[in-house]
Design a protein around this ligand. Structure first.
Ligand code: URA
Length: 433
């Protein structure tokens, strides 16, 4: 087999065989195929696409490039969750303890945030003492003892994706549905779960701005997941505005705790209930998604989810007193209110920009090596459809310095587009596929 022929074949829009895809991915992972040939192949895929057969073969070839987590020691159906990322997305912090409290083992690997989107590991690490580097023995012991563990993704899972994603990032080939789908699904398959719910976000603050593209990505991932012998389901949820009110690591942990106490923002609570319903249904603990959602709702309002969160934080070395004393979470030195200078209904919020402002305050990274400050971020006070009176507080900035807070004040005001006509509250969940 010659790499040249495989690039040519894809460039002409023809379908590659499984053997050809295996050859490409194994060769690239071992360093036998140079970056320039792999870049050309990615660009051909970008323009010509891939069939579901090809995308599934690519996904499995990437899974086989590294270690695969074996969760068979854990009894019951293991259900994982993945979000394509957004602003203020602290869903896992609420959802996973609720699902674990329903008796479904949660053995999850999570990632860190990059750019305008946050990462679950960074959020959890804002809890004093919390550790995400878990050795395999503790990983399994913790699931046996409390039904839940969350660890950082190790470097030996799907090394081919790591290499290929970095190459795509430099060669303008990230935005290809089959390449994104195989990249995400390969990591989920290697993490060992029997079933996976994908929270695929669309809108300004999402990786996929357009609903149609997000839908196509969701359909492709579900198809690849199911063809690979696991059960996949996707929920399409809006990221046209931040999820909940808090953006920034310790602020989001505090909001997740409030939500687990049953007093969280309606959108965050709704998303957790629906995703949880799907997870319970996938695990065979509910006959329908709606029935599963009712169980999750009961778990949240009864405080059982909060109790599980507390056990989980304690098991991973964190100070679980944060549940009752949120002041134990890191708190910014400078807290400043953003006051509205106009009035009207909120028509639109620049969600991505809010994420970037929070990142510049120090809550996120532009490069993986950047240091993050857990205490900083933004708490918004107004969402799409709300009325703002002049002089009202739109948001609160948590910053490291007065200068940073002053700069963010104007930027946050600019994120709000007001209109003099009433605006309907947007829907959060558009489809479940
Ligand atoms: N996230 C991933 O993990 N892979 C992609 O290709 C894009 C987003």
């Amino acid at each position: 087999m010659r790499v040249y022929d495989l690039i040519w074949k894809k460039r002409e829009g023809k379908e590659l065989t499984k053997a050809e895809i295996d050859f490409l991915i194994a060769g690239y992972a071992k360093g036998e195929i140079p970056d320039y040939q792999m870049s050309a192949w990615c660009m051909a895929v970008y323009f010509k696409g891939m069939s579901f057969e090809e995308a599934t073969a690519l996904t499995l070839a990437m899974v086989n490039s590294g270690r695969q987590v074996d969760l068979s020691r854990i009894n019951g159906t293991k259900v994982d969750k993945h979000s394509t990322g957004g602003v203020g997305d602290k869903t896992s912090l609420v959802l996973l303890p609720a699902v674990a409290a329903a008796g479904i083992p949660v053995a999850k690997m999570s990632g860190r945030g990059l750019g305008h989107t946050g990462g679950t590991l960074d959020k959890l690490e804002s809890i004093p003492g919390f550790k995400t580097a878990i050795d395999p023995e503790q990983f399994f012991r913790q699931v046996e003892q409390i039904g839940m563990v969350l660890a950082g993704q190790t470097a030996d899972l799907v090394p081919a994706d790591k290499k290929l994603y970095a190459l795509r990032d430099l060669t303008a080939t990230v935005e290809s549905i089959p390449l994104i789908a195989s990249s995400i699904v390969s990591k989920k398959l290697a993490s060992g779960a029997d079933a996976v719910v994908l929270d695929v976000k669309y809108g300004d603050g999402a990786f996929m701005n357009q609903y149609q593209a997000a839908l196509e990505l969701a359909q492709t991932m579900v198809e690849i997941g199911n063809r690979s012998g696991r059960r996949f389901k996707a929920v399409l949820s809006s990221m046209e505005q931040p999820l909940g009110m808090a953006i920034g690591n310790s602020l989001e942990v505090a909001e997740a705790i409030t939500t687990l106490k049953g007093n969280g923002p309606a959108d965050l609570t709704e998303l957790c209930t629906v995703l949880g319903g799907v997870m319970l249904w996938l695990a065979g603990k509910a006959d329908t998604i709606d029935a599963g959602s009712e169980i999750i709702s009961e778990i949240i309002y009864s405080g059982k989810g909060l109790q599980k969160f507390q056990e989980f934080v304690q098991a991973q070395g964190g100070n679980s007193l944060v549940v009752d004393e949120p002041d134990l979470l890191p708190r910014a030195k400078v807290i400043k209110k953003v006051i509205a200078d106009q009035e009207g209904w909120v028509e639109r919020i620049s969600c991505r920009e809010l994420g970037l402002i929070s990142m510049r305050l120090g809550s996120g990274r532009t490069k993986l090596e950047d240091v993050i400050y857990p205490e900083v971020g933004i708490v918004i006070n107004k969402k799409v459809g709300d009325y703002i009176k002049a002089g009202e507080v739109i948001a609160e900035i948590h910053a490291l310095t007065e200068t940073a807070a002053d700069l963010a004040t104007t930027e946050i005001r600019d994120c709000y587009l007001l209109t003099q006509q009433p605006v309907a509250k947007p829907e959060l969940i558009k489809a479940i596929i």
